[in-house]
Design a protein around this ligand. Structure first.
Ligand code: BTN
Length: 243
């Protein structure tokens, strides 16, 4: 484990450009410039589990976002088996426990007509308290240490996640994404909820009804069903008057 990096995904991207092999993992004790989705930062204090995995799947670039859902399922299964946490998934890339964010996943890919590589970045709030995060996250984030009232062995948790990722990735590469979507739906905290999704082109609001075979979210709006490929999803309270 490297002590401090700007970002494990940034370091792994540089290695990937130099031809590093699939399966390489970069892990850091602390990140100075952790990256989140949609150009946001990702606060990564000492005590967290911050790592990135290099994948080179032989699929069309449009398939790459599915790896985010695959990774969510892998992390949730590992958390359940390894530390008995009841992890749930929020579309597309958050792992929640007790409705709060425990883990974020960021899949970044590079293609040049064909997909060259995908960097799967996984950040888990493990052995610190949310007070170590910026104040705006105190109500929405949670850590393993807070949930279990003790610290976890991060390397063995990472090993458990890597094992689950290996199984999910091999299903993905054999074209068995249907199985992964089925598991994702079982773990979903999003389906059946009122949601607001900010897409690149506007806001979609309604009930999250399904995830389609490609991993897109299907939302029932007053105007009918809308399929959202990517976006920032917020779970709304069930009573719209409460929002
Ligand atoms: C999100 O916005 O929810 C995704 C956060 C992903 C954070 C992880 S931590 C390890 C890897 N390195 C980064 O800079 N980001 C990802």
């Amino acid at each position: 484990m490297i002590d401090v990096l700007e970002s494990t995904s940034q370091t792994l991207r540089e290695l990937a450009q130099d031809g590093e092999a699939e399966g390489t993992v970069v892990v850091a004790e602390e990140q100075r410039a952790g990256r989140g989705r949609l150009g946001r930062g990702w606060s990564s204090p000492k005590g967290g589990l911050w790592f990135s995995v290099l994948l080179r799947p032989a699929v069309h670039p449009s398939e790459a976002p599915k790896l985010t859902l695959m990774a969510g399922v892998a992390v949730a299964h590992a958390l359940k088996k390894h530390v008995r946490l009841d992890a749930r998934l929020k579309w597309p890339n958050d792992v929640l426990v007790q409705g709060k964010k425990l883990c974020g996943i960021l899949a970044e890919s590079r293609s040049n007509k064909k997909l060259e590589y995908v960097i799967l970045g996984i950040g888990i709030n493990t052995n610190f308290l949310v007070s170590a995060l910026p104040e705006e996250l105190h109500k929405t984030a949670i850590t393993v240490r807070e949930l279990l009232r003790k610290s976890v062995d991060r390397l063995s948790l990472m090993r458990a996640i890597l094992n689950e990722l290996e199984a999910g990735y091999s299903a993905f590469c054999s074209g068995d994404f249907g199985e992964i979507i089925g598991q994702w739906k079982k773990l979903s905290e999003t389906l059946g909820r009122n949601v607001r999704v900010e897409t690149g082109t506007g806001i979609v609001e309604g009930v999250a009804e399904d995830v389609d075979p490609g991993g897109a979210l299907v939302v029932r709006t007053p105007e009918g069903l809308v399929t959202v490929d990517a976006g920032d999803c917020v779970h709304l309270r069930q009573d719209p008057m409460d929002n």
